[in-house]
Design a binder for this molecule. Structure first.
Ligand code: ASP
Ligand code: MG
Length: 448
């Protein structure tokens, strides 16, 4: 069996949904072929247990920039408390416009289902902000995925691609760490293993990325861009042969085209390289995706939904892949330098206190370095969290904070690649190990 994952960019408009349909149609035909169905036979799904196609779970994100829009909606709700929420209308229009372009019959049930999902948001808004921000965020932002999968599942069925819409919250069991929920693997595996396979008798399964639910049935989210992780969870629990993530890039590139003119496609990559690169901030795949698929030895393909003729990147067990240098850029970094006020050494006891405070204030470290009496880290600029953290650290430490820095990570570096990225930069902190070099830099030309 296989798991496909389609991100927001792939379904940002009606044309995107039509393109997704074409990809599924040809993939189902391909897998039908391998099961002995004739070349020119129409795609058949839902023929009972002898259906010719390989079982498939399709995981989909919210459409286009819906998650950002719903995030703004929640912020507005918390800032303004009452009154109209302009983002609600925007989200509603966006989804109804896409549905109208896909379903010529205005009495199709999809329109009622979309309305009902918006009613769920209205209910939360009517009550005013009574719960915590993170809890409310998850109850509202998760609607984005429910909307996209509702529209897409109906559309695929209307095009003869028989599928069952599944509410991922009935399968992905989590704790109640809202906005970054942790998966209860034991429970999740049981739910998926017993609940999903019987559905393959009626074709493939369409479900949401990014969302789960607590034991009290409250909705949770797995962290931004978490749909890749959802795909990996379904794949691991179903012992899938492979996961395919459909992206708007040709596969995993050695640098983000946003920062680099000349990028190279990496056709094959080890799990280790994939987990290292995503850990350092490569955004092509969510960092949590690799572990579950590595643990089960599942292949991960990263392919382009814009050019289906290209093979993309295969991540898996590889033998002797060529190690071309990869570059990862993280902008808007903050350097926090911490020194004990009493000039004591930075050793185990104060390090553990410092780490505890970072964890408590949810500040994630991207790079760290220590000397005899100082400890320095680079973190993303999350101003609110950092302010609270610094306040807590200042009891025992002298803390300095420097903003507007960039973190450059090069995997498989050499001096030439380092020189290439250091033009007009001043190094603030540098770390090297055998394979990876991290440079925290300040732009010399900034502000000039
Ligand atoms: N829709 C969610 C987000 O934009 C999850 C995802 O796209 O993977 O973060
Ligand atoms: Mg996304």
């Amino acid at each position: 069996m296989q798991v496909f994952k389609f991100g927001g960019a792939s379904v940002r408009d009606a044309a995107g949904v039509i393109n997704l349909t074409a990809i599924l149609r040809s993939s189902l035909r391909e897998s039908g072929k391998t099961h002995g169905a004739g070349d020119d036979q129409p795609v058949k799904t839902g023929n009972g247990p002898s259906a010719p196609t390989d079982p498939l779970v399709v995981v989909v994100s919210a459409m286009g920039k819906t998650t950002n829009l719903l995030e703004r909606l929640v912020l507005h709700f918390f800032n303004e408390k009452t009154g109209d929420n302009p983002f609600l209308e925007q989200a509603r229009d966006f989804h109804f416009d896409i549905a109208a372009a896909l379903f010529p019959d205005p009495s199709h049930p999809v329109f009622d289902e979309i309305s009902n999902l918006f009613v769920e948001i209205e209910w939360v808004l009517e009550d005013g902000p009574v719960d915590t921000f993170d809890f409310t965020y998850d109850q509202i932002v998760s609607i984005g995925e429910l909307l996209s999968t509702t529209i897409i599942s109906h559309y695929l069925n209307s095009q003869g691609l028989q599928n069952t819409w599944v509410d991922a919250r009935n399968f992905i069991a989590t704790d109640n760490h809202y906005r970054e929920a942790n998966v209860d693997w034991e429970k999740t595996e049981k739910l998926i293993k017993t609940g999903i396979p019987p559905l393959f008798e009626q074709g493939f399964v369409v479900t949401q990325g990014f969302i789960g639910s607590t034991s009290e049935n409250f909705t949770t989210t797995l962290g931004r861009e978490g749909s890749d992780y959802s795909a990996a969870i379904f794949a691991a629990c179903l012992d899938a042969a492979q996961v395919c993530i459909w992206k708007d890039v040709p596969g995993v590139l050695n640098a983000d085209p946003k920062w680099f003119d000349h990028t190279e496609l990496i056709p094959e990559m080890s799990y280790l390289d994939a987990i290292e690169l995503t850990y350092y901030g490569a955004t092509v795949i969510h960092p949590k995706t690799i572990k579950p698929i590595q643990n089960k030895g599942i292949n991960l393909l990263v392919r382009s939904f814009l050019d289906t003729s290209s093979d993309g990147t295969r991540i898996g067990t590889t033998s002797g892949t060529k190690s071309i240098p990869s570059f990862i850029f993280k902008v808007d970094q903050v350097l926090i330098s911490i020194m004990p006020k009493d000039f004591s050494f930075i050793v185990e006891d104060n390090l553990s206190q410092i780490f505890h405070l970072f964890h408590k204030h949810r500040v994630k470290i991207n790079m760290m370095h220590n000397s005899a009496v100082s400890f320095s880290v680079s973190v993303d600029n999350q101003a609110d969290y950092i302010r609270e953290l610094v306040r807590a650290l200042e009891t025992d430490y002298q803390v300095s904070v420097q903003e507007h820095l960039e973190l450059i990570t090069i995997r498989y570096y050499d001096q030439q690649t380092i020189d290439r990225v250091l033009v007009d930069k001043e190094i603030m902190m540098e770390l090297r190990d055998r394979d990876t070099c991290q440079l925290l830099v300040r732009n010399r030309t900034a502000g000039k």
